[in-house]
Design a protein around this ligand. Structure first.
Ligand SMILES: NC(=O)c1ccc[n+]([C@@H]2O[C@H](COP(=O)([O-])OP(=O)(O)OC[C@H]3O[C@@H](n4cnc5c(N)ncnc54)[C@H](O)[C@@H]3O)[C@@H](O)[C@H]2O)c1
Length: 295
């Protein structure tokens, strides 16, 4: 493997491009939005600067990593002559199915097609291609340059050979790949989301307040972050959509999203990205903006 295309330059896509480029791969980063590409490259550069200042990498490593990435707004230009495509576009079934149809048509027959989806069925995505044995889930965690896990999801038809190749490749990135099968929520979200949902239910039932629930889980269970704060970071809309996928997929009421979560999403309280979720982030954002003016 030498050349990797990453589709989507948002939160996850720029992190995925970063780790591949830092490991010496040629990366083609593709997004329909030039603004997303600019922002993504800015984030990669800032994250590399932080690594240089912490002496994790040298200035030359930073320059090499950046020079390994080229950006494209045209899918066809970006994905030609690639060994692997990692799709990290918006979490929307229609968008992903269209991307995979296009990838299947344009890419060489040997190109492996991976998706970073948090909840959409790998088997369903693979079914729109003529190479379902070469379609696989490569679920990186946020923030990608820091988090060690890659959940490797085998679709119904994914071959042993492709799974092995992607497991080895993840190790080359310094990550720990873990193989799982393709059922709603995979493993990470099947366990995490019911915990977050139960924390919201506990708040909804007025058993305790936001701070109290998070403190119990942080200090009592040694979680680095409470479940309500974590939900704010993931995005409440994202949590709701993953719970709905599991609820629909298993037809089991235990995955039914808490009405408080549904209400907050309808009210536009999405967590950090909207400045308000279970916590209010507007003041810290204001402080960040003021600080930025003096930097
Ligand atoms: N955010 C997380 O914590 C997280 C964690 C694990 C997995 N994921 C998954 O990663 C994927 C991306 O999530 P994100 O948080 O980076 O989203 P995001 O909204 O930050 O970025 C998505 C990007 O995709 C681009 N895009 C949309 N349609 C496109 C298309 N047709 N072609 C090319 N680019 C397109 C958008 O312009 C945007 O820049 C989703 O499948 C999500 O479920 C997210």
């Amino acid at each position: 493997m030498n050349t990797i295309a990453v589709i989507g330059a948002g939160t996850m896509g720029n992190g995925i491009a970063h780790v591949f480029a830092q490991s010496g791969f040629q990366v083609k980063l593709v997004d329909i939005s030039q603004a997303s590409l600019d922002k993504g490259m800015g984030t990669i550069s800032k994250n590399l600067d932080r690594m240089v200042s912490k002496e994790i990498i040298g200035e030359t490593d930073k320059e090499n990593t950046l020079s390994n990435i080229s950006v494209y707004t045209n899918l066809k230009d970006g994905i030609q002559t690639t060994d692997l495509v990692v799709e990290a576009a918006t979490e929307n079934l229609e968008i992903k199915l269209q991307i995979f149809k296009d990838l299947d048509e344009i890419c060489d027959a040997n190109t492996i097609l991976a998706t970073n989806t948090s909840s959409i069925s790998i088997t369903q995505i693979a079914a729109v291609t003529k190479r379902p044995e070469k379609v696989i889930g490569m679920h990186f965690m946020n923030p990608v340059p820091i988090m060690k896990l890659v959940e490797i999801i085998r679709g119904y038809s994914t071959s042993d050979e492709i799974t092995q190749t992607i497991m080895e490749l993840s190790k080359q990135l310094g990550k720990t790949p873990t193989e799982v099968n393709d059922y709603p929520g995979f493993v990470a979200n099947r366990i995490l989301m019911p915990m977050i949902n139960e924390a919201i239910e506990t708040l909804f039932n007025q058993v305790a307040g936001v701070q109290e629930i998070d403190t119990v889980m942080k200090l009592g269970m040694a979680h680095p972050m409470g479940p309500l704060q974590l939900a704010d970071f993931i995005g409440l809309d994202v949590c709701l959509s993953i719970l709905n996928v599991m609820y629909d997929g298993f037809k089991n009421p235990k995955y039914a999203p808490c009405p408080l979560l549904v209400n907050m999403v309808m009210a536009g309280k999405l967590g950090v990205k909207s400045d308000e979720g279970f916590y209010d982030y507007s003041e810290s954002r204001k402080a960040e903006k003021v600080a930025a003016q003096f930097n």
